[in-house]
Design a protein around this ligand. Sequence first.
Ligand SMILES: *[C@@H]1O[C@H](CO)[C@@H](O)[C@H](O)[C@H]1NC(C)=O
Ligand SMILES: *[C@@H]1O[C@H](CO)[C@@H](O)[C@H](O)[C@H]1NC(C)=O
Ligand SMILES: *[C@@H]1O[C@H](CO)[C@@H](O)[C@H](O)[C@H]1NC(C)=O
Ligand SMILES: *[C@@H]1O[C@H](CO)[C@@H](O)[C@H](O)[C@H]1NC(C)=O
Ligand SMILES: *[C@@H]1O[C@H](CO)[C@@H](O)[C@H](O)[C@H]1NC(C)=O
Ligand SMILES: *[C@@H]1O[C@H](CO)[C@@H](O)[C@H](O)[C@H]1NC(C)=O
Length: 233
Amino acid sequence: MQSFALDTIFILISLSSLSIVVSSSKPLNPCNGDFLRIQAYKQMQNQTNTTQCKKLSSLQAQFAWNYHKTSHNQTQLNILIGTKLIASTGWLAWGINPDLPRMVGTRAIIAVKVPNQITPSVNTYNITKDIQLGCKLQPSGIDFMVQNTTVVDDKDVGFFYVFATLVLPQRYNVSSLNHVWQVGYCVDGLEPKMHEASLGNLDSKEVLDLETGDCQNIGQHRQHLRKVKSKLL
Ligand SMILES: *[C@@H]1O[C@H](CO)[C@@H](O)[C@H](O)[C@H]1NC(C)=O
Ligand SMILES: *[C@@H]1O[C@H](CO)[C@@H](O)[C@H](O)[C@H]1NC(C)=O
Ligand SMILES: *[C@@H]1O[C@H](CO)[C@@H](O)[C@H](O)[C@H]1NC(C)=O
Ligand SMILES: *[C@@H]1O[C@H](CO)[C@@H](O)[C@H](O)[C@H]1NC(C)=O
Ligand SMILES: *[C@@H]1O[C@H](CO)[C@@H](O)[C@H](O)[C@H]1NC(C)=O
Ligand SMILES: *[C@@H]1O[C@H](CO)[C@@H](O)[C@H](O)[C@H]1NC(C)=O
């Protein structure tokens, strides 16, 4: 009897929090700690007082950005993505998807680090369906301009990070930008190999409003929904 009541209460709480999670977007969770010491972050802040910075929901990643509209209705977007997870070998990817918040279709910037390499490599990659089907992921052009790309393995600060300036066509909506990030520990030349399938790796995508910093975390929605469903069934 008591346990039934508890279960019912749990389900009711789950359902009410579910509706909150799904219907509302999450406010910005500000960056903290060592990320604020990154030189590129300080420069971004120096450039414009509109720079925003948030802790991402997974992979110990933090993300800073600022942007402005150009005279051609494009968006010039500066981004800085960093993680503490990469030690001697690995890769850090960040990208945006014009259609959906998911990996396939993402236009990515990927930094690859191997031991004894003085400067890590950084390139653009177009992540097509073929990649998911097992084709090699090699550097390629993507359909917008990427400039000022910088990758730094900052041992002092403890972050591996990438800075870049993107010139985005109108197709990318800055009020609901699908962005994804990913970390892996296995590389083959310039090819990042499969990442782990931990929850953190699967949750690493969101729809971000660049103006307010609010986001909808897609991965967590699914996870939450699955949990509630399994409780109900
Ligand atoms: C920021 O700007 C100030 C004044 O222009 C300058 O003294 C300082 O070195 C700059 N800092 C960085 C990190 O660029
Ligand atoms: C940023 O700088 C602009 C121009 O100097 C100023 O008008 C604006 O109030 C500043 N915004 C903030 C949030 O400080
Ligand atoms: C920019 O977009 C606005 C509104 O969509 C449009 O009226 C204007 O003609 C566009 N300007 C250019 C240079 O494409
Ligand atoms: C990138 O891949 C997409 C399909 O996911 C394709 O539509 C697009 O043309 C490709 N871009 C480039 C520059 O190859
Ligand atoms: C990036 O490059 C563009 C043009 O090459 C330049 O106008 C812009 O100021 C640069 N941004 C930064 C943050 O260095
Ligand atoms: C951009 O996204 C916002 C928020 O989802 C939406 O209200 C707006 O209509 C979108 N704009 C375009 C041009 O699709």
